[in-house]
Design a protein around this ligand. Structure first.
Ligand SMILES: [Zn+2]
Length: 343
C-alpha cells in the first residue's frame, strides 16, 4: 500500500487548484473572445487589402465557377489578372464581411474574351457576328448573290475570341456590303469582255478589197412587214439620215445586201447598232435594235437576220432605222431599198 504524506496531499491540492484556475481563465477568455470577435479572412489582391470575407471556400468556389462559366454563354474564356490571397483573422463581430464584393473585384480585374464569328472574304475578316446562325445567314446571302458571277469570292466563317468587338446589326446590310465590291469586280470583268469584243475589227485590207469591188447591188428591205414612220431628209426634228421602218418589238431585221458586219455594239443615239459593209463602198446601218444576231467580222448574205427590232438609243417606239451610205455619205434608203429580201 502506498502511503501519501499529508504534505504531498496538500501540494497536489494547490497544483490542481492552479491548473483549474488557469483552465477556467482560459475558457473565460475564449468565451469573451468568441462573444466579441469572429473568425474571418482578410482578402488581399496585388498586396492590397480588399476587405473581409466569411468563407474563403465559398468565395473561391464562386470565383472558380465564374472563370469556368462566365456571365453569359457568349463568353469564350476569362483571364484572371490578379488572384486573391486570404489570411485568417479575428475581427470584432460588428465588422462587415463582403463576400460578394470580392467576387465583383475579381470580375473587374478579369479580361473577358467573347466568342464571335468572323466572316472571312478571300482570307480577310470583314465583319463579326455574335451567333453562328447569323454568320451562316450572311454567307448564304452572299453566295446566293454571287452564284452567277464569273469571279466568285471565297466566303467563310471562323471562330474568334475578342475582348471588344462590333457585331453586325443587320444581316442583309452586311451581306450587301460584302457583295458590293464582288459585284463591282464582276461588272468590270463583263465590261472588259464587252470592250474586247467591241474592239474586234475587220482587217482593213478586207474592207478595202470589198469597197473597191465593182458591184451590182440590189438592196432589199430590213423588215418584211412595216410602216414607214419617218422618211429620209429634213424632218421637224432635224435632218433624218435614214428611213424608219416601224415593226413589233423583236421582229427579225435582215441584211439588205451581202456584206461583212463591221459593228455590232451600242452607239449613243443609235442604241444597239449593226453596220454592214457592202461591195463598192456601200454601207448599211440598222439602228435601235433590241439585240444582235451577228458579231463583227461575220459574213452575211442578203436576207440574213442581223438583229431584232427594238427601241434602244434615241427612239420613241420599236422600229428599224435603216441608213445606207456610199463612201460615208448618206443616201435616201427608199431610192435604193425595195422589193424582196431574198435576191
Ligand atoms: Zn430614224
Amino acid at each position: 500500500m502506498i502511503r501519501v504524506s499529508g504534505k504531498t496531499k496538500h501540494a497536489c491540492g494547490i497544483f490542481g487548484k492552479v491548473i483549474l484556475t488557469i483552465l477556467i481563465s482560459a475558457l473565460s477568455i475564449f468565451a469573451i473572445v468568441l462573444a466579441t470577435y469572429k473568425p474571418v479572412y482578410s482578402v488581399y489582391m496585388d498586396g492590397e487589402f480588399k476587405g473581409y470575407v466569411t468563407s474563403k471556400n465559398k468565395v473561391q468556389g464562386d470565383i472558380e465557377e465564374y472563370l469556368q462559366e462566365g456571365d453569359s454563354d457568349r463568353v469564350g474564356y476569362i483571364l484572371l489578372n490578379s488572384r486573391p490571397e486570404y489570411e485568417f483573422d479575428l475581427v470584432k463581430k460588428d465588422v462587415e464581411t463582403k463576400d460578394d464584393d470580392v467576387l465583383a473585384l475579381v470580375k473587374d480585374s478579369c479580361d473577358i474574351y467573347y466568342r464571335v464569328y468572323a466572316i472571312n472574304v478571300n482570307d480577310k475578316d470583314v465583319c463579326l457576328e455574335e451567333t453562328l446562325e447569323d454568320a451562316q445567314a450572311i454567307v448564304d446571302k452572299v453566295n446566293a448573290a454571287q452564284k452567277s458571277y464569273t469571279k466568285k469570292a471565297k466566303v467563310m466563317i471562323s471562330e474568334k475570341f475578342e475582348k471588344e468587338y462590333d457585331a453586325v446589326a443587320d444581316i442583309t446590310v452586311a451581306a450587301n456590303d460584302i457583295i458590293k465590291p464582288i459585284k463591282k469586280e464582276n461588272e468590270a470583268i463583263v465590261k472588259k469582255v464587252q470592250t474586247y469584243a467591241a474592239a474586234k475589227t475587220v482587217p482593213q485590207e478586207i474592207l478595202d478589197a470589198l469597197k473597191s469591188q465593182s458591184a451590182d447591188l440590189k438592196f432589199g428591205l430590213p423588215v418584211t412587214s412595216y410602216v414607214i414612220t419617218s422618211r429620209y431628209g429634213w424632218r421637224r426634228s432635224g435632218y433624218h439620215t435614214g428611213c424608219d421602218y416601224a415593226a413589233p418589238m423583236g421582229t427579225p431585221i435582215h441584211a439588205v445586201e451581202d456584206g461583212i458586219v463591221t459593228c455590232a455594239e451600242w452607239k449613243g443615239n443609235y442604241g444597239y447598232l449593226v453596220k454592214v459593209q457592202h461591195a463598192g463602198g456601200f454601207e448599211t446601218y440598222y439602228a435601235h435594235c433590241s439585240r444582235f444576231a451577228v458579231s463583227v467580222g461575220d459574213s452575211v448574205k442578203k436576207g440574213d437576220v442581223v438583229a431584232y427590232v427594238g427601241s434602244t438609243g434615241n427612239s420613241t417606239g420599236p422600229h428599224c432605222h435603216l441608213e445606207i451610205r456610199y463612201n460615208g455619205a448618206t443616201i435616201d434608203p427608199e431610192t435604193l431599198a425595195s422589193g424582196s429580201n431574198n435576191a
